[in-house]
Design a protein around this ligand. Structure first.
Ligand code: NI
Length: 136
């Protein structure tokens, strides 16, 4: 078995805010990320697929097909968007890096051209990265 990773980037804005919290609680929990008009990030997404190397192609997964799936199903829907308002697959969740990565996992898991999705990593800032792992 082998893993193959495709990297994509997108830029988006969000606001971390829980409508069930008071203003003071939101301020305490989310601090600067609770800014009422939001703020932006340049996100880096890494999608890792695991599987055997197909003898006919030498590929685990055709990276061109994987790229097209990620761009169509994720990047086109989040790039230059406001993640609290514009993205159907994030409806009703607080768009933390954790929740964005989980939602991307759900979008991609059934759409991987071959092999199996094993990791979605999302870098929100230079120093902050989250990863969802799953698979068999
Ligand atoms: Ni943020």
């Amino acid at each position: 078995m082998m893993t193959v990773t495709r990297r994509e980037t997108f830029s988006a804005s969000h606001r971390l805010y829980n409508p069930a919290f008071s203003d003071a609680q939101n301020e305490a929990v989310f601090d600067k990320c609770n800014n009422p008009n939001g703020h932006g990030h340049n996100y880096e997404l890494e999608v890792t697929v695991e599987g055997p190397v197909h003898p006919d192609t030498g590929y685990v997964v055709d990276l061109k097909q994987l790229k097209e799936v990620i761009r169509r199903e994720v990047i086109a829907k989040v790039d230059h968007k406001h993640l609290n308002h514009d993205v159907e697959f994030l409806r009703g969740v607080i768009p933390t890096a954790e929740n964005i990565a989980l939602a991307i996992w759900k979008v991609l898991a059934e759409r991987i051209p071959s092999g199996q999705l094993v990791s979605v990593r999302l870098r929100e800032t230079e120093n902050n990265v989250v990863e969802v792992r799953g698979g068999k």
